[in-house]
Design a protein around this ligand. Structure first.
Ligand code: ADP
Ligand code: MG
Length: 366
């Protein structure tokens, strides 16, 4: 899976005076599932349209299978697509819906029948070929739309928030289902979503976009555990950020003296070089423990419990440290009785449970 299948170089899209896509460089490997994740308006759909050919790039190039497709029309690119408002043809049977792209491409009848049946099996709808869309559930219709998008063996599959209209349970089920189908046929896939869980669940790699630019491209694990900047850290999951001055930096271990409380120096691991002089120590709520003993942790901070929130599988403890930092801790639900609002507690975590990201000065005004 190492061959580069899609390469985007310096792609930029202006809509009149507005730059929606800003010099994007991206390589997608053959068979890879890459998700573009970002807030609404960050340029995700615009980027997908550039790949599909529905919009022309203002600058830059797009290569598919080492061929420059930048100037090609959408039908010449022959890419499979599935959007949120996928429309099945209501007056056609499921089989005819799926056969449609094959008829357009003048595939012979016998082959159409075979390929439609094969793909119906793949999406677990073998028995449904003769039904009409209205006789299927939302999830089943979605699978038909997916089947129609891949039946003609496109080189690339593009998904734009395809599960946005489904409720949470069905959405989670469909995420895995699409992922399994994608793996089975090995089709290179680019999916767009603003839902971080969806991105982490489905992808080999995630590309985080913000204001038309890429903030980070990484595996789900890297993205969650080692975000490279404040935007990524805060966009994906919950995180506590403590700003300070770097006062020690040796062999992948940093010491950061907090701005808010110069008496406290925190220690954190960091893989790779870190040359900034100011930084945030970034710690996920589930990586902090309620400590009974300072000795067991490399980092400890005294805090007061403001609120405990029971969320089913866990308990969130909102705290405030002596120097005014709000810190959220996530503890297993079975420990939810161990503290209550007003309690003075000790927060503890070790070196590898935090990471370090560059400090962003503007943040102080917010
Ligand atoms: P996303 O899919 O991440 O929500 P879009 O790519 O749809 O973002 O839009 C990015 C920005 O470009 C938005 O500010 C949007 O208003 C603007 N935009 C998108 N399409 C057009 C268009 N056809 N004309 C002008 N502005 C557009
Ligand atoms: Mg969009």
């Amino acid at each position: 899976m190492n061959e580069i299948h899609l390469a985007i170089t310096d792609a930029t899209k202006w809509y009149k005076k507005f730059k929606a896509v800003d010099k994007i460089n991206l390589e997608v490997k053959k068979g890879e599932f890459l998700t573009i994740l970002g807030p609404s308006g960050s340029g995700k759909t615009s980027l997908l349209k550039l790949i599909a050919g529905f919009e022309e790039v203002s600058a830059g190039s797009i290569y598919l299978n080492h061929q420059d497709i930048t100037g090609k029309k959408p039908y010449e690119r022959d890419i499979g697509m599935l959007f949120q408002n996928y429309a099945l043809f209501p007056h056609m049977t499921i089989a005819d819906n799926i056969a449609y792209p094959l008829r357009l491409r003048k595939v012979n009848k016998q082959e159409i029948r075979e390929r439609v049946q094969k793909i119906l099996d793949l999406v677990h709808l073998s028995e449904y070929g003769n039904r009409f869309p209205a006789q299927l559930s939302g999830g089943q219709q979605q699978r038909v739309a997916l089947a129609r998008a891949i039946v003609f063996n496109p080189p690339l599959l593009l998904l734009d928030e395809p599960l946005g209209a489904l409720d949470k349970n069905l959405r989670e089920k469909m995420q895995l289902e699409i992922k399994h189908i994608q793996e089975k046929i090995g089709i290179t896939t680019i999916s767009v979503t603003h839902d971080q869980e969806e991105a982490l669940t489905m992808s080999d790699r995630v590309c985080v976009m913000n204001k038309g630019r890429i903030e980070q491209i990484a595996t789900p694990q890297q993205l969650y555990q080692r975000p490279v900047n404040k935007f990524v850290a805060e966009f994906i999951g919950e995180i506590n950020l403590l700003a300070g001055e770097v006062v020690g930096n040796e062999e992948g271990q940093l010491a950061i003296r907090l701005f808010a409380d110069a008496g406290i120096t925190l220690h954190s691991n960091h893989d790779g070089g870190f040359s900034e002089r100011e930084a945030y120590v970034a710690i996920r709520p589930e990586n902090i423990q309620l400590a009974s003993d300072r000795g067991a942790f490399k980092n400890t901070m005294e805090a007061k419990v403001c609120e405990t929130i029971y969320v089913g599988d866990a308990c969130k403890v909102k705290t405030r440290t002596a120097c005014g930092h709000e810190m959220t801790v996530k503890i297993p639900a079975r420990l939810s009785g161990s503290c209550k609002a007003g309690d003075e507690i000790l927060l503890g975590w070790n070196l590898s449970e935090s990471t370090v990201i560059p400090y962003e000065r503007e943040a102080i005004l917010a």
